[in-house]
Ligand binder design. Structure first.
Ligand code: CAA
Length: 393
């Protein structure tokens, strides 16, 4: 009997319609623009208006991939985020309601910094292996905030990736083996009283590289595979230079010709992240989407994925591309989404940065006119976030 294939069936992506040019930010901060474009590897950064949070961004991503018949088959919603909107209630519950999912759905939020969506993906795959008729909706959605005039400012961004996990998937079947590694590390964290992360930036990049080395080695020992088995390696990309450093660690293990292929695949995998910025939990999945959209890949190609969440958890896993994998996402719609954004000035970005929903519990009515997304946040009433769908407004 052949083994059941389980993996990523469809993917949707959403980021708000505003962005900041990294040249403008560099000039405003007295930095050489080449530091941001080359040294960090970022060109544009998503700017998140107060009318979008992780719930609305996830709904805007998920609505692109859900067909009416899926709604009763989705048995779990696993929402990876480190930008949750409530200390108790899961973002997944708001999302399941906004998407009109059936009531016999488990809806849970997963937190481990940027690793949450990978945890969701692996739990979803195990669930579908046990329940092959089920679908699981996995989300990676975040708003990456470090603070104005901090070294991390150039690595902000935001957006949501929504993935449907199923048996016999359209895009990528996941290999059952993976290697993971956990250690209690204070490289990046966000205490309960803060809206911006605390980070030891250079230390965090070293821990990331160390976790990559550890999980890559363990994965090879576990599976017997080597770098020669991979058409591409995809990385968590808090900023694109980070993944480039990861790739450089293992490139010498490949032949000269294969090094060129892996490098070309990496270039494809970082194109969209370069123009959106950090998505925290969603970054690896935006990078995979970018690879599938822009890379020169074939069905049967094996892709290695490195996921990293500060604090810290790392995992190296792999998947195999399926025939007609391009049918699992809407390439043209993604191109339009990114092309139709509006550039904001540094002054406008700084104003929007300060305008996120204040943590004072007071009623707020947001100016929603400028936000054309299907799902948006209208404000807060009696301590409850007011989510709206444009059709119902
Ligand atoms: N032209 C070209 N390159 C230049 C340059 C110029 N004019 N000036 C500087 N550079 C290069 C530097 O040589 C350096 O390159 P290398 O890293 O290859 O040596 C690069 O630009 C960055 O320069 P600095 O190290 O001086 O930059 P910095 O001190 O201002 O901060 C940072 C860099 C530490 C990454 C900072 O942006 C930061 O703290 N970011 C947030 C933390 C982070 O993303 N960590 C990643 C691992 S943690 C994680 O992955 C989870 C997560 O999502 C948060």
């Amino acid at each position: 009997m052949s083994e059941l294939k389980v993996g990523i069936d469809r993917v949707g992506f959403y980021t708000p319609r505003l962005y900041l040019e990294m040249t403008d930010l560099a000039l405003a901060r007295g930095e050489d623009p080449a530091k941001y474009h080359v040294g960090i590897g970022q060109d544009k950064q998503a700017v998140i208006p107060p009318t979008q949070d992780v719930v609305t961004m996830a709904a805007n991503a998920a609505t692109q991939i859900l067909r009416p018949e899926d709604r009763s088959r989705i048995k779990m919603v696993l929402f990876g985020t480190e930008s949750g909107v409530d200390n108790s209630k899961a973002t997944a519950v708001y999302l399941a309601h906004l998407l009109n999912l059936a009531a016999d759905t488990r809806a849970i939020e997963l937190k481990q910094a940027c690793y949450g969506a990978t945890a969701g993906l692996q739990l979803a795959a195990d669930y579908v292996r046990a329940h092959p008729d089920a679908l699981v909706l996995v989300i990676g959605a975040d708003i990456a905030r470090y603070g104005l005039r901090t070294p991390g400012e150039v690595t902000q961004g935001g957006g949501a990736v929504a993935m449907l996990v199923s048996a016999d998937p359209q895009i990528m079947a996941l290999d059952a083996q993976s290697a993971y590694h956990t250690a209690d590390v204070m490289d990046f964290w966000r205490p309960l009283d803060r809206t911006e992360a605390l980070v030891d930036g250079r230390y965090s990049t070293n821990v990331y590289l160390d976790f990559f080395k550890q999980t890559w080695t363990a994965y090879q020992q576990q599976t017997g595979r080597t770098i020669a088995d991979f058409a591409a390696l995809a990385f968590h990309l808090p900023f694109t230079k980070m993944g480039r450093k990861g790739l450089r660690q293992v490139l010498p293990e490949a032949s000269a010709a294969h090094q060129q292929e892996l490098t070309a695949a990496f270039e494809a995998s970082q194109l969209d992240n370069r123009n959106v910025g950090n998505l925290y939990t969603g970054s690896l999945y935006l990078s995979l989407l970018s690879l599938w959209r822009h890379g020169d890949l074939r069905a049967g190609d094996r892709i290695g994925c490195f996921s990293y969440g500060s604090g810290a958890e790392g995992e190296f896993y792999s998947g195999v591309l399926q025939p007609d994998y391009q049918r699992g996402f809407d390439d043209a719609a993604l191109t339009t989404l990114l092309a139709d954004r509006r550039a904001v000035s540094v002054a406008e970005y700084e104003e929007l940065f300060q305008q996120q929903l204040p943590n004072n519990g007071q009623d707020v009515q947001l100016a929603v006119g400028a936000d054309s997304a299907p799902y948006y946040l209208a404000g807060r009433q009696h301590q409850q976030r007011q989510y709206r769908h444009r059709m119902e407004a």
